[in-house]
Ligand binder design. Structure first.
Ligand SMILES: [Zn+2]
Length: 158
């Protein structure tokens, strides 16, 4: 039995980055229908026109993992999209897009202010510790923050 891949059903020609989209809510265990997780796309770059360098993407991943977890215990995972245009955020429970937008924007403001050693980026802690780019990560963060908080949330119907 196969299940559709939600993100393959999104028309990537119809989106305008940057944006945050609630991709899906999933039941974890059918025996506990109230026990759900929610997944969001946090898109930085316009699909099929531009993409983040590995270094910028990797640094943003480390900083998101650090800063978002300082603000909430609901984050299960934040991981880069393979197309390098953004990130998937997975949370415990059915989270509101406005709450996610606030969290992401607060974390990105911290990225813009951040100086010093990238968390978790030593050889022992990271699988590709030399491939980081804080300056580029900051440029993408600034670009994302140019979109007002109320406008960054989108609903794209497939
Ligand atoms: Zn790493």
């Amino acid at each position: 039995m196969t299940h559709p891949v939600e993100s393959f059903e999104l028309d990537h020609d119809r989106v305008t980055a940057p944006y945050i989209r609630k991709a899906k809510v999933m039941t974890v265990n059918p025996a506990y229908p109230d026990c759900v997780i929610s997944k969001f796309d946090v898109r930085f770059a316009q699909p099929n026109q531009e993409f983040l360098s590995n270094g910028a993407l990797h640094t943003l991943e480390h900083l998101f993992a650090t800063f978002i977890r300082q603000k909430t215990d609901q984050l299960i995972d934040v991981s880069p999209m393979g197309c390098r245009t953004g990130f998937y955020f997975v949370f415990c429970n059915d989270q509101e897009p406005a709450w996610v937008a606030r969290l992401v924007r607060e974390a990105l403001m911290e990225v813009c202010r951040f100086t010093g050693k990238i968390p978790g980026a030593s050889r022992k802690e990271c699988g590709n510790y030399l491939e980081h780019n804080l300056d580029e990560a900051k440029l993408w963060a600034e670009r994302f923050l140019k979109v007002p908080e109320a406008d960054v949330i989108v609903v794209y119907r497939t």
